[in-house]
Design a protein around this ligand. Structure first.
Ligand code: GTP
Ligand code: MG
Length: 208
């Protein structure tokens, strides 16, 4: 899929203030500083989302309209230690509300730093997604920071850990925003899911 346009649409803290649309939507989430905004900029061919070396840069639900046909959503990171407890609870409330209530959210990309072993916070979050039947795909980030053998070792260890509690591995894509790796895989995944979503919308229309 070619991205011809990608433009900022709106920032919000409330799912009710997000764009009213039937356009399919793909949101990016993960621990603070994992590289969500950087991956979004990679797939959009443009610096639409703000990135930063300091964790906690993205604080709102940010919508970007792509090709006038679908949305990319940049979400705040979870697990940012310097945020006060009250702020964190507020954060978690509006993010979980968005995930549970957003009807046109086709799939959530859960970003995971490939340098780290499976973190409890990511494991718990994916468990919560499964319990709530939210489709998701893992994107491993920052692969450029590892050698080929370290990468294989980390991926194997991650898979082994996941399979202690999961029957199957979720879909996984390996990426580096720095080296522009994984872009095609992410866009293919999005395209496939847009087709399925539009087919579903058409079926619902035909039934009514
Ligand atoms: P928050 O909005 O704060 O939650 O962070 P984020 O997940 O959006 O991360 P962001 O894209 O802002 O990137 C965080 C830092 O990691 C920045 O300094 C990026 O330059 C760096 N970074 C992101 N992706 C990559 C990558 O693929 N490789 C390398 N080497 N650095 C990366
Ligand atoms: Mg960000």
């Amino acid at each position: 899929m070619q991205i011809t346009t990608a433009d900022f649409a709106i920032s919000s803290t409330d799912v009710n203030k997000c764009p009213k649309t039937h356009f399919p939507e793909f949101a990016f989430i993960g621990r603070s500083n994992v590289g969500k905004s950087s991956v979004i900029n990679m797939i959009c061919n443009k610096k639409v989302a703000h990135t930063s070396g300091k964790p906690g840069k993205t604080r709102l639900i940010n919508h970007f309209l792509v090709n006038n046909a679908w949305y990319v959503v940049d979400l705040p990171g979870y697990g940012y230690a310097s945020v006060s407890k009250t702020d964190r609870v507020e954060f978690e409330k509006f993010i979980s509300f968005y995930i549970l209530e957003r009807k046109n959210l086709v799939c959530l990309f859960v970003l995971i730093d490939v340098r780290l072993p499976l973190q409890a916070i990511d494991a718990q979050f994916m468990q919560w997604l499964a319990e709530n039947e939210i489709p998701f795909c893992i994107i491993f980030t920052k692969m450029d920071k590892l050698s080929k053998s370290e990468l294989q070792k980390n991926l194997a260890a991650f898979k082994k850990e996941m399979l202690l509690t999961w029957e199957d591995m979720p879909d996984c894509i390996i990426s580096s925003a720095e080296k522009k790796i994984g872009k095609e895989d992410i866009l293919d995944f999005i395209q496939e899911n847009i087709l399925l979503y539009n087919k579903h919308l058409q079926n619902v229309k035909n039934e009514n």
